[in-house]
Design a protein around this ligand. Structure first.
Ligand code: BES
Ligand code: ZN
Length: 450
């Protein structure tokens, strides 16, 4: 890329990052729409004249475009998301989350890596090829959504109802990370997810904790007891039959993971920053995060948390609770298992129920698939280093849907870095990877067109 091309792409990325498209926050709906409009306009500017929004009542728009003028060449479905996670806690950001700031070759902003920067790589690759040749070496369909971070209802129903409109030979997704800096990486496995709320109700109303303490049930205590019953101290989930369908990694995959440059002490210090890791020490860390399910509590609300003291027994409490699932676990089955386990673990005096918000299946992609192999070649050509295959503990529910409804693999070309702070304060994207990402996708399209 020329310096001028880089500067132009960066300026546009900054515009994109200034839009606070937080899909989970209803107050941000008009910002989310602005981000959709931005993506549509950029696709049109890249040369995809039919870029358009797909609307659904009460949902964030999808952005769709097609360029099908390469007869006989493969059809690739490009997927990304223009929505972002909430930026809180705000006071931990060195520069404000929606005022992109460049420091040390990184651009800092919410969504810089996940996934505006990486989505924009796909758009820039199209723009570059169109600009240079007036055409693309492959057929392209584009599907960019605005609800990935909050459950993706719109895109889910779109893929279920209109599979013919997005028929393709493979999907290309840039929404994952490299295993290490300078190590080009294809992700071939993602965990699934079930996310919901555990709601616990006790007395009719809040009560004086001195007058009623010892007789009235406490929903926060109940949440603590339920959570403690669901997972033991070694991290093993205590839900009957929960592990029955967990498919262990193959011996070859385990050996390949063993060859990755991974140092547990560095990981503890640089990525986690706590006194020790948790989980079963008999299972290697990468296998724990890539090929084992987990159960996490994200927040507990209830009772008194303001300044000072208030002696009260709360009437109600809730916990945000998710499970990450691995192949071949089934999200609906996992929800049923969790609900039954919650019922058994509920102490006397309270009512507890787990209500799922959304779910996505885990996915495993065959690394020998020709589209994957060619993707690896494009990365290797661009980075000048052999591409590695990894899995990730994160979830991209669309990958399972593409597999199920279109029967196609997703090629996950990831350009994030392990220290990019996804979903956390000071999210960043290494700009060199932004530019190389564009080069790699251009190279991939060229290889696919040969
Ligand atoms: N891009 C991430 C997933 C990811 C991160 C994959 C790092 C591989 C490496 C994605 O946008 C994401 O965060 N997804 C959510 C999905 C959920 C809200 C349905 C997640 O994993 O929490
Ligand atoms: Zn993402």
């Amino acid at each position: 890329m020329t310096q001028a091309d880089r500067a132009a792409a960066l300026a546009k990325l900054q515009d994109f990052l200034r839009i606070p498209s937080i899909s989970t926050d209803p107050a941000r709906a008009s910002d989310v729409r602005r981000a959709a409009d931005f993506v549509m306009a950029e696709l049109r500017a890249a040369g995809l004249a039919n870029a358009r929004l797909v609307e659904a009542e009460g949902r964030h728009p999808l952005v769709r475009a097609d360029w099908m003028e390469a007869p006989g060449k493969p059809v690739v479905l490009l997927y990304g998301h223009y929505d972002v996670q909430p930026p809180e806690p705000l006071d931990e950001w060195i520069s404000p989350p929606f005022e992109p700031d460049i420091r040390n070759g990184n651009i800092y902003a919410r969504g810089a890596c996940d996934d505006k920067g990486q989505t924009y790589i796909l758009i820039q690759a199209i723009a570059r090829l169109m600009h240079e040749h007036g055409k693309l070496p492959v057929n392209v369909r584009v599907l960019i959504e605005g609800e990935e971070e909050s459950g993706g209802e719109h895109v889910t129903s779109y893929v279920e109802k209109h599979p013919d409109e997005i028929r393709a030979d493979a999907a290309v997704v840039c929404d994952t990370e490299m295993f290490a800096p300078e190590l080009p990486t294809i992700c071939v496995g993602l965990r699934g997810i079930v996310y919901g709320e555990l709601i616990v109700e006790g007395a009719r109303t809040d009560l004086h904790s001195g007058v009623y303490g010892g007789a009235a049930p406490n929903p926060i205590q109940a949440i603590a007891e339920i959570l403690a019953a669901l997972k033991d101290r070694s991290g093993r989930i205590q839900i009957p039959e929960f592990y029955d369908k967990v498919r262990p990694p193959s011996p070859e995959e385990r050996r390949a993971w063993g060859r990755l440059p991974f140092n547990e002490a560095d990981y503890l210090e640089k990525e986690i920053g706590s006194v020790s890791l948790v989980g079963d020490p008999a299972i290697p860390v990468l296998e724990r995060t890539w090929a084992q399910p987990t159960l996490e509590v994200h927040g507990i609300r209830g009772g008194f948390t303001g300044e000072g003291a208030k002696t009260v027994i709360p009437a109600k409490a809730l916990a945000k609770l998710s499970m990450r699932l691995v192949a071949d676990q089934d999200p609906a089955e996992a929800v049923a298992q969790l609900q039954a386990a919650v019922e058994r673990a509920t102490p006397p005096g309270v009512r507890a129920r787990y209500l799922p918000f959304h779910a996505g299946a885990p996915s495993l992609i065959d690394p020998t698939n020709p589209f994957i192999r060619l993707g690896a070649r494009a990365l290797t050509d661009t980075f000048g280093t052999e591409t590695v295959y990894i899995r990730s503990g994160g979830s991209i529910p669309i990958v399972g849907l593409f597999q199920k409804h279109l029967g196609i693999p997703s090629v996950l070309l990831g350009f994030g870095l392990p220290d990019d702070n996804l979903h956390a304060p000071n999210e960043k994207f290494y700009l060199e990877n932004f530019y190389r990402g564009i080069d790699a996708v251009v190279r991939y399209f060229e290889l696919l067109g040969e």
